[in-house]
Design a protein around this ligand. Structure first.
Ligand code: GLC
Length: 654
């Protein structure tokens, strides 16, 4: 059948084509073109097979991979590529065309309910991981949807708030990850966000879509987030191509608007052609698709990512465990933990509970309910129950599972503290004179200040997918040497978070902190944090030496030696921070410009070179209002994390 373009279509067909055909796909124009099927989501396939009158969805069960935060803790583009490839295989199994992910919004505040679904507070790391994930999926001939464009950094007010930010902040922090992903992997679609940017809805942001096409050279299809369109005519004139999902009101508005001359033919033809391009891209791709990963290999990947997504935050020489008699407690022991919303996968089989995973690892382990959650957050604590207390005293160590019950799409956390019952339980059980190990299931930072001092170890399990508890036990027992590193700062308290100090009213969120988001703020202001961006412990110990920085053509080559001084093979993630990029006001004193994931055998060394493209050292000048090359003295910092800088080297760029 000949391939159509907009000029081959009637006006009615064009108007139908630029609106979804139903909730999850495109209009086939009565069979003239292929149906393009879109399915969530970044963490695993979430195919909605039915919805009842109350809007309750039935989801086809699938493999639940670790969340984006967990994936990011591995600082590995290879893993991100593998995850994109695996979920693409899950999509191929149900004849889907577009995987609605990755989600790359910057973690401006730890309160954001969807931080678990995003990668980092840093745009370079976010963009690199997104680009790899997209390549992984699209190499399987499954399209992706880079989302949510842009500056969607909170959830509760996403449908009505305006993110207000200056051009430098927008370009360097909130667009940079989209730029990296688009230029490196060209996602077939890009999904707009619900919010406004500087007072204009993103579903009709002409200026940013022009920017997207002209500066980022994006030639894919721009899709609205579901029900994010406020006026279909303004949306169509803005450069967005496909309004999702189908709503009769949108079709009628477009039809009336076109007939009233409110929609330009150019805009309508451009959108229709971009939708046709997507349709034919999917048609061609569908002929090339085939399963390249078995279900078992996908599950093995989910397990591996869960292990690598765990961050060891504290260890007073109590881990790894050996043969301690354990008591495990805390509600998350018995429940699969994941963030909620359009990314939540329905498991095919129940996830293993933490106590059973420990028993399977041959530990003498009992489960005791610590707190009975009652509405007001009070709980009856195990230690006050005599029988339980006596039993506890016969044990060597207490493993307390705690976690966020409050991370979900369209809502934000009220606090970054654990609930009162969990904090009380930790403090109480720490008074028994036993080793206390906390396992934290959360997709965003937690304020541990009221209890961190009374526990011996903290294992940050993130939301590790369906194999999270097997992975946690592998770390607790030393079967897996933890190597995760934080990609979002853990502040000492919410009040320290710059975004929580910035101006906000019901509708306006002023990004007053500018570039100083996350570690950029804490390092520049020398503010203490609980755990810094880039931080993570291991059972190995690593030392850095012999750092050298050389400029070769358009690359800065940073080389150094990493030595594993322990008797345990391990993986480290050395990071390269650079700064300040210019003496312009309010610039961060250091910014992540390179990193490596390095496996080093026990008692051995490895020479590492990290290449930093010169254009990564550019900055958007508030004086010239364009990207400028960095000139003059520049400090390159080799760090274990954003605070623990081991070696510095200055170079001068002409
Ligand atoms: C949701 C989300 C988006 C998701 C889409 C389809 O509102 O914001 O991430 O892909 O709608 O479920």
């Amino acid at each position: 059948m000949p391939r159509l373009t907009a000029k081959d279509l009637t006006i009615e067909e064009k108007l139908k084509l630029v609106i979804g055909g139903d909730h999850w796909g495109t209009n086939t124009l009565d069979g003239k073109v292929r149906y393009v099927k879109m399915v969530d989501g970044p963490i695993g396939r979430r195919l909605v097979v039915s919805e009842d009158k109350q809007g309750r969805e039935t989801i086809l069960p699938s493999i639940a991979y670790p969340c984006a935060q967990a994936l990011s803790h591995a600082w590995s583009e290879d893993f991100a590529y593998e995850l994109g490839k695996a979920i693409a295989n899950d999509m191929i199994d149900v004849n889907a065309d577009i995987l609605l992910g990755p989600a790359v919004n910057i973690k401006r505040t730890p309160l954001c309910g969807r931080n678990f679904e995003y990668y980092s507070e840093d745009p370079l790391l976010s963009g690199n991981l997104a680009a790899a994930y997209i390549k992984g999926a699209q190499d399987q001939h499954i399209g992706t949807s880079l989302k949510h464009f842009c500056a969607n950094n909170i959830e509760y007010a996403r449908h009505y708030c305006s993110s207000n930010l200056d051009e430098r902040t927008l370009r360097e922090i909130y667009l940079k990850q989209f730029e990296i992903a688009i230029k490196e992997s060209n996602p077939w679609t890009l999904m707009c966000s619900y919010n406004k940017v500087n007072g204009t809805w993103m579903s009709e942001h002409t200026e940013l879509y022009k920017f997207l096409r002209e500066e980022f050279k994006y030639d894919g299809t721009v899709v609205s987030d579901w029900n994010s369109v406020h006026d279909a005519v303004r949306t169509m004139n803005s450069g967005l191509d496909l309004i999702m999902p189908f709503k009769d009101i949108d079709y009628k508005r477009l039809k009336e608007g076109y007939e009233a001359g409110e929609i330009s033919d150019d805009a309508l033809d451009s959108a229709a052609n971009n939708v046709l391009n997507l349709i034919y891209k999917c048609e061609d791709a569908s002929k090339l698709r085939k399963r390249t990963m078995s279900i078992k290999s996908r599950k093995n990947l989910a397990y591996k990512l869960a292990q690598n997504g765990i961050v060891l935050l504290k260890n007073n020489n109590v881990l790894p465990l050996s043969n301690e008699r354990l008591v495990v407690t805390g509600a998350p022991v018995l429940r699969y933990k994941a963030g909620n919303g359009s990314s939540k996968v329905t498991l095919k089989e129940p996830a293993m509970t933490l106590d059973v995973a420990l028993q399977n690892a041959n530990f003498d382990c009992i489960y005791k309910e610590t707190t009975r959650y009652v509405p007001n957050g009070q709980g009856m604590m195990c230690g006050t129950d005599v029988t339980c207390r006596e039993e506890l005293l016969t044990r060597d160590a207490v493993v307390i599972a705690v976690g966020n019950e409050n991370e979900f799409e369209s809502g934000d956390r009220e606090t970054i503290k654990l609930c009162r019952a969990e904090e009380d339980a930790i403090r109480h059980l720490s008074g028994l004179g036993k080793k206390v190990i906390v396992v934290l299931y959360a997709g965003a930072p937690v304020d541990m200040s009221s209890w961190i001092g009374c526990v011996d170890a903290v294992v940050f399990a993130s939301f590790g997918g369906q194999y999270q508890n097997e992975a946690v036990v592998d770390v607790l027992t030393g079967k897996f040497n933890p190597c995760g590193h934080l990609t979002e700062s853990f502040p000492t308290c919410l009040e320290d978070v710059p975004a929580e100090q910035a101006y906000r009213d019901v509708e306006n969120f002023d990004y007053d902190e500018g570039l100083l988001v996350g570690y950029r703020y804490y390092t520049t202001s020398n503010y203490p944090v609980l755990y810094p961006f880039g931080y993570g412990l291991s059972y190995s110990r690593f030392a850095y030496s012999n750092m050298d920085v050389k400029v070769q053509n358009d690359m800065v080559k940073v080389s150094f030696t990493i030595t594993n001084t322990s008797d345990v093979d391990g993986i480290d993630i050395p990071q390269i921070y650079v700064g300040p990029l210019s003496c312009e006001p309010d610039r961060p004193i250091r910014e992540l410009k390179g990193y490596a994931r390095v496996a080093v055998k026990k008692n051995s060394s490895k020479k590492v070179t990290v290449d930093i493209p010169m254009d990564r050292l550019q900055y958007f000048s508030i004086n010239t209002n364009k990207w400028e090359p960095c000139k003059g003295k520049l400090t390159f910092m080799l760090g274990k994390n954003s605070r623990d800088i081991i070696i510095e080297k200055d170079i001068v760029l002409a």
